[in-house]
Design a protein around this ligand. Sequence first.
Ligand code: NAP
Length: 283
Amino acid sequence: MKVGIVGLGLIGGSLGMDLRACGHEVWGYSQRASTVGKAIVKGAVDVACPNWADLAPAEVIFLCTPIGLLVPTAQQLIPHLNAGTVLTDVGSVKASIVETLEPLWPNFVGGHPMAGTAKSGIEAAFMGLFKGNPYVLTPSDRTPPSALAQVETLVTELGADLFHCAPADHDRAVAWISHLPVMTSASLIAACLGEADPQVRALAQRLASSGFRDTSRVGGGNPELGVMMAQFNRSALLSALQAYRGVLDGVIDHVEQGDWAGLESLLRQTQQARSDYLREPPV
Ligand code: NAP
């Protein structure tokens, strides 16, 4: 299949590498010509597309630009597409994107691979990023079954675990497990920087080990992506943040009052519940 990729960064570049390994021909467009050149050297793209019209032969096109640019990118691309071309996106937020793009392109299928790293750009792309990780598709009653089937086939070939849900349900779910963790992890790092004694702060930095590495990882990621999560999933994220603040206030109360039984009860509950959110890591 001829597959187009617009935006050759971490996600677009990684998709290109995997899809090429599956035998597809990848046609790549990115903002900078130098990025497309790097993508070809890296094995993520077969054919460089300097202009939108060059993507016309692609049967399925993945939009992989930053969230805030997905809709403007699609608007620029759509006039150059053949009627049968399937358009899908990889944006971390779905409702606003699907609501805008579905009426603009009937063969649109919203998507979100639940995979990433703290790095960005084509240099960060690697093969196997999606394998064993969830990949959510958010079709609606209006999505043509043939368009959905083509995207499903490609996602399955990536070795990803396919999920379907409504765009609004996706946004509420990822607010809990992706967007809230980014904000709380970033808040953790910011709070540590609040240590007034420079010697203690430096000591903490030297002593930080696996626990801090785990809990601070997503707070140390791409700032633009974090801001866009908040902008584009604002109401679901706000609900989750307020719930989190309520739980944190409860923890403060337990500690202030020396209510160790109450604290232990909470920690027992979270110890048991954690596994419900964890999958076996990809082999
Ligand atoms: P990224 O590494 O920063 O890559 C984005 C790429 O888009 C850049 O390399 C840039 O290429 C290109 N670009 C920017 N503006 C463009 C334009 N106007 N036209 C064409 N290309 C343009 O970001 P990413 O992490 O891959 O994220 C891309 C998308 O994936 C976002 O929508 C995000 O929500 C989604 N996503 C990210 C993750 C994650 O963990 N990172 C996970 C799942 C989904 P140039 O080098 O040419 O400027």
